[in-house]
Ligand binder design. Structure first.
Ligand code: MIG
Length: 815
């Protein structure tokens, strides 16, 4: 039963919608139901009248109605049905009480909505049926288990340190996957996406108070809910990200290791860091400048004493293969002598209180004004301010504090400032709604602030350097943030639970449309121990976004601060990332094209395996690599689950047959990684940064025990020419035939990105006692040169020259 102040709704009348679909006349509300060509179904309801659709102003793709005409159902309901190449669905809407069901072709109910109700204070509610056994994943930046059933989650962007159970956090992505296990709806599991497009606070009671339903509540704006059919998680994400946006291909350097600290606070400090990283051969592509590079925390300035000649510094760093990422917070120092503030005031670009004044907000620079990023002209202005940074050589921008965060009071200790009391901007601050001029309370659009901030940043970088792919990192965000920025999980702790939590949080973000995500390697706050750092670096080096960062006043957190052994472990872990770069880069191409994240929970790849569904401490990096990070202090063995198929241990080629639980050795030097049988992993030799030419640019590692089809995707790594076809695609097929004959087929290279002739090496892992190797059906000689093959440690390595032509390689086992 809804609480007394909520009134449940029923439909008084249906009318055909303006562009297909149905308009709903309810007792105290208006609504619409529409069905898109991809089979997604959108329900909008609001008290009084339906507001204009703000989602395009937010940068989302249009919801393309299929134009399906409503038909009458028994007992006064209406239906919609559509089937096309991109998707299909059937929708049934009951009038009294209101209910809505989405079905697939087989008639399975994918989503069942009911209990639509409004309260006089503007809140709205709706319930989604939660059949027994259904799991709920995603919800953006969330702590807790991978399956959020039984939890109550809030969406309201907030600056709060991260530990188990904290909610909400910096970013709000009101999207989740409802996954029915096999047997619930058929032989196969079915994943369905649910997206609540609510810019203000919302709340999800995930079958906690009532096990039979997910109760969804918004504070303002009614209900705008879209159901995305699957049936696989990847299908859901493809449809969801087609709507809210995908991560454009990042520049390749952004996939390298980033070294950060609050702060590398002077030119000398940064130079010493860069020299040490190279001297110790710790692969790194980027150095981050935290808030102390600025003059008195004024954004878009440099402290003239500590950074006297930024352009020269950045040139020097560039010559060593380092890019620089500079932090830019939204808060602009209130200082009439400061150009950015003066200009923003003159143009009326800052958020205002109801009475017209600036809100009282303290941030690092002292009193600060907040740009009103919901207005396109404010975003354009802000974006334009980045030109100076870009001209100085800054390669990427880091957006922090954009929940937005700040204080009502603070305490200053000399140069240092301690936040004393958080500022709650909810009461009086005003902002325009997305796409409109109507002023609404900040609270109604609060969750968009960081999203719009990063959007402005990206657009500014794009304008300043149209040929370059921007890199933006954001702390806050909303659904679709991935279009504008990578996301990191904010202020984590250097503890073992903090490390464990990072794995689950990044899996949830990955399932929420955010493929380019990471947590601070080593943890942000607290003191990291050598062992924890080693374990953190092993998995962190394979985070989609790999940045080491640490808090002001805590011990420095570069790999060599933890002793020679941990330094060597870090070097090896980051070296592995560099070796895997061709594979990783392909995964980011896939994310850009389809919304499929590089980091996947096991169930993503093995959706019908009930055991895989329970695993939340292992990660699939793409389709082929299973990572089993060591997350326990003192652990030197790792128990893990291998789903069905053949698995080969990456470092010693030991073979296992799944499904099976196993336990393997995990000395401090080793994080267990398994490769799926039949995979081919494109690698290169390790480099110090992604701009360095690898000794061996193309090494294809082939693993027996299955078949696969994939691609090697290459481009210039830096410019936007890839979007105009300057990409090289090589198809890769592995066939493991009866009797152990293993075959790798390289297709002829396609696409307009030219690659010079180059040496190539194919490594057949766990090759046993291969008798002969055929290259393009001709027997190869056992020789060190190219073409030729060699046996080494149970592997067979074939060298040949890659000229872009089709090739086949075949391994013949001994009889
Ligand atoms: O109030 O810029 O999460 O990564 O180092 C703290 C200083 C502000 C919070 C970020 C953290 C960053 C820090 N910032």
């Amino acid at each position: 039963m809804p609480e007394p102040e909520f009134r449940e709704e029923s439909v008084l009348g249906f009318e055909p919608g303006p562009a297909g679909g149905v308009a709903l006349r309810l007792e105290a509300a208006r609504g619409s139901v529409a069905l898109a060509r991809d089979g997604s179904v959108r329900l909008r309801v609001a008290a009084g009248s339906l507001p204009a659709d703000a989602s395009e102003a937010l940068g989302f793709a249009r919801f393309e109605s299929s134009g399906a005409e409503p038909f009458a159902l028994d007992e006064g309901g209406v239906g919609l049905a559509f089937s096309g190449p991109e998707g299909e669905a059937r929708v049934e809407v009951d009038a009294d009480p209101f209910a809505l069901r989405v079905r697939d072709r087989a008639g399975n109910v994918l989503a069942s909505l009911s209990h639509l109700a409004f309260a006089a204070d503007g809140r709205a509610r709706i319930a989604l049926a939660a059949p027994v056994g259904q799991r709920f994943h995603g919800f953006g930046e969330k702590t807790g288990p991978l399956d959020q059933r039984g939890r109550v989650l809030r969406m309201r962007n907030r600056d709060h340190p991260v530990w188990d159970d904290v909610d909400p956090l910096y970013a709000s992505i009101p999207f989740f996957l409802a996954v029915s296990p096999p047997t619930l709806l058929g032989d196969e599991s079915i994943a369905t996406g649910v997206f609540l497009d609510a810019h203000g606070p919302s709340r999800f009671d995930v079958a906690a108070s009532d096990r039979t339903r997910v109760a969804i509540e918004t504070a303002t704006g009614g209900i705008d809910l879209t159901i995305f059919p699957g049936p696989r998680p990847a299908d859901v994400l493809r449809r969801f990200t087609a709507r809210v946006g995908r991560t454009p291909l990042p520049p390749r350097w952004a996939l390298g290791h980033h070294q950060s600290r609050w702060s590398y606070g002077s030119e000398a400090d940064v130079r010493a860091l860069a020299a040490e990283l190279r001297r110790r051969r710790i692969p790194t592509d980027a150095i981050h400048l935290d808030i102390d590079y600025m003059q008195g925390f004024r954004v878009f300035t440099w402290d003239a004493r500590r950074f006297p000649d930024p352009a020269r510094l950045l040139r020097e760093l560039g010559a060593k293969g380092f890019r620089v990422v500079a932090i830019v917070d939204p808060g602009v120092k209130v200082d009439p002598t400061y150009e950015v503030f003066r200009d923003g005031m003159a143009r009326g670009f800052f958020c205002r209180e109801r009475d017209g004044g600036l809100p009282s907000l303290r941030v690092w620079p002292g009193d600060a004004a907040l740009p009103d990023f919901n207005r396109a002209e404010v975003r354009a202005w802000w974006g334009g301010l980045h030109r100076a940074l870009v001209d100085a050589g800054v390669a990427g921008v880091w957006n922090d504090m954009n929940e937005p965060a700040g204080w009502s009071r603070d305490v200053r200790l000399g140069r240092f400032l301690l936040p004393y009391r958080a500022q709650d901007l909810s009461r009086t601050l005003q902002a325009p709604a997305a796409g409109g001029d109507a002023r609404v309370p900040h609270e109604h659009v609060r969750n968009l602030y960081g999203h719009q901030h990063s959007r402005a940043t990206r657009e500014g970088l794009e304008t300043a350097r149209p040929e370059r792919r921007p890199f933006v990192l954001s702390r806050s965000g909303y659904a679709g943030i991935q279009r504008h920025a990578a996301l990191w999980t904010g202020d984590t702790w250097s503890t073992w639970p903090g490390l464990r939590l990072s794995v689950r949080m990044l899996l949830q973000l990955s399932l929420s449309g955010v493929p380019f995500c990471g947590a601070d390697i080593g943890g942000f706050a607290g003191v990291c121990t050598p062992e924890l750092f080693a374990r953190w670096m092993q998995i962190g080096a394979l985070y989609p976004f790999a940045r080491t960062h640490s808090m002001w006043l805590k011990p420095r957190q570069e790999p060599w601060r933890f002793g020679a052994r941990v330094e060597a472990i870090s070097r090896a872990a980051l070296g592995l990332r560099m070796r895997l770069l061709p594979y990783l880069y392909g995964l980011f191409h896939e994310a850009a094209a389809c919304g499929t994240p590089p980091w996947r929970p096991l169930f993503f790849e093995f959706p019908d395996d009930p055991e895989a569904a329970r695993v939340d401490d292992q990660v699939m990096l793409g389709p082929s690599l299973l990572l089993a990070p060591v997350l326990e202090r003192g652990a030197r063995r790792r128990a893990l689950y291998l789903p069905a198929g053949s698995w080969i241990s990456l470092d010693d080629d030991a073979r296992f047959a799944g499904p099976r639980r196993i336990e393997v050795e995990a000395p401090l030097e080793r994080m267990p990684i398994f490769v799926r049988g039949g995979a081919v992993i494109p690698t290169q030799s390790a480099v110090q940064h992604t701009g360095e030419a690898p000794d061996e640019p193309l090494v294809l590692e082939v693993f027996p025990g299955g078949d696969s089809t994939g691609f090697l995707i290459e481009d210039d790594g830096e410019t936007t020419a890839h979007s105009r076809g300057a990409v090289a695609r090589t198809s890769l097929r592995v066939r493991d035939r009866a009797g152990g004959r293993l075959r790798l087929e390289l297709g002829a290279r396609q696409g307009a990105f030219a690659i010079a002739r180059r040496p190539a090496r194919v490594v057949f892992h766990a090759a046993g006692s291969a008798r002969a190797v055929l290259l393009d059906a001709l027997p190869l000689e056992e020789a060190a040169g190219a073409p030729g093959f060699q046996r080494r440690d149970g592997r067979v390595e074939v060298r040949f020259e890659d000229d872009g032509g089709a090739r086949s390689l075949e391994l013949e086992p001994a009889p």
